[in-house]
Ligand binder design. Structure first.
Ligand SMILES: NC(=O)c1ccc[n+]([C@@H]2O[C@H](COP(=O)([O-])OP(=O)(O)OC[C@H]3O[C@@H](n4cnc5c(N)ncnc54)[C@H](OP(=O)(O)O)[C@@H]3O)[C@@H](O)[C@H]2O)c1
Length: 312
């Protein structure tokens, strides 16, 4: 039996969909006893006898102890970036730490065999944003849990509903004159959401991925400037650009959250990461290709797929 912690989230729902198509028995950890969010992808409990739900909160150890009872594998997709008021100094990292420690402890207690986690690519030698530091901290907690693990790290996920993609989409569609910030010359390696989900699901029966961590990314490593310009080109939208040395983080976050459907706190923390490089470690791509037998799409191919998809 598999537990998805974060089953109502962007990644969790998509992993659940593929697991349910493959007839795995899946238990979903949900904070509220509602399955509306899961139904968005057409995965209703009644429609699939292999899917069950358990109500719980990762900040409450006892609820995780109940949720992980009888579980072999936990997918861990929880974060608290949308909580608190970042402008007033509220931080989410304490909550993420507590939730991950609770999960590690509950998994040990119930002898869960493996934890599979998706975090963020980062270069620990850089001055990291709080978001990247916290994702790395959760990764370290899982690695030190004593439970077998498989850790994937990605950067920008290309898919409708994925936070960074929605911010990009809104910016290119709604801002006719786009500022290009010189100080944010970082390089990222976007990945098509179906490729990320394929790694997460296919690793279940690949023993070579046990107690391993992998950076996953598509074929292209790009600056944000290239991402914006290439996306506008694919949308066939003519935009003007001007260069600016820097924009205060909070102003950028305010503008982007006003024009995009993404939670304002998430926008705040995601934009703080703009100066961090998120390109996969050399060698991970080759190793992944050997193990999984496929290569993720490049940026343009991913965008073309997204533009031809029905909204979900
Ligand atoms: N999406 C991306 O573009 C992207 C890119 C790279 C890496 N990742 C990584 O992928 C992982 C999943 O991200 P995501 O985008 O799927 O996140 P998401 O859509 O924001 O979902 C977060 C999930 O965590 C749940 N959650 C939060 N606090 C909880 C708590 N105390 N107890 C139980 N559940 C709780 C939420 O439940 P509610 O529905 O109750 O709020 C939701 O299901 C993260 O580690 C993220 O860093 C994501």
């Amino acid at each position: 039996m598999i537990l998805i912690a974060g089953a109502t989230g962007y990644i969790g729902r998509r992993v659940l969909k593929v697991l349910s198509e493959k007839d795995f028995s899946v238990r979903c950890l949900v904070r509220k006893p509602t399955i509306q969010k899961l139904d968005v992808l057409g995965i209703a409990k009644d429609a699939n006898k292999n899917i069950s739900y358990v109500t719980g909160d990762a900040l409450n150890y006892n609820s995780l102890l109940a949720a992980t009872d009888g579980i072999d594998v936990v997918y861990y997709f929880i974060h608290h970036m949308d909580s608190g008021k970042p402008e007033e100094g509220d931080k989410f990292d304490k909550l993420d730490r507590l939730a991950a420690e609770n999960m590690a402890r509950a998994c040990r207690e119930n002898k869960v065999r493996r934890i599979i986690y998706l975090g963020r690519i980062c270069d620990p030698k850089e001055k990291l944003s709080l978001h990247l530091r916290s994702r790395k901290e959760v990764e370290d907690i899982i690695r030190a849990s004593g439970i077998d693990y498989t850790i994937f790290r990605s950067s920008f996920i290309i898919g409708r509903g994925a936070a960074a993609f929605e911010i990009l989409d809104s910016m290119v569609k709604k801002i006719p004159i786009i500022p290009i910030i010189d100080s944010d010359a970082a390089k990222v390696q976007p990945i098509f959401y179906k490729d990320a989900v394929k790694y997460l699901v296919d690793c279940l029966d690949k023993k070579e991925t046990i107690n391993k961590s992998f950076d996953i990314g598509g074929k292209d490593t790009l600056s944000y400037e290239k991402i914006i310009k290439r996306y506008a080109k694919e949308l066939k939208i003519k935009r003007h650009y001007f260069r600016i040395s820097t924009i205060p983080h909070w102003i950028l976050a305010k503008v982007l959250s006003a024009i995009s459907p993404v939670n304002a706190n998430m926008v705040y923390w995601l934009t703080e990461s703009l100066s961090n490089n998120m390109a996969a470690k050399l060698g991970d791509g080759e190793e992944l290709k050997k193990i999984f037998g496929f290569e993720p799409l490049g940026f343009r191919e991913s965008i073309v797929k997204i533009l031809n998809e029905n909204p979900s």
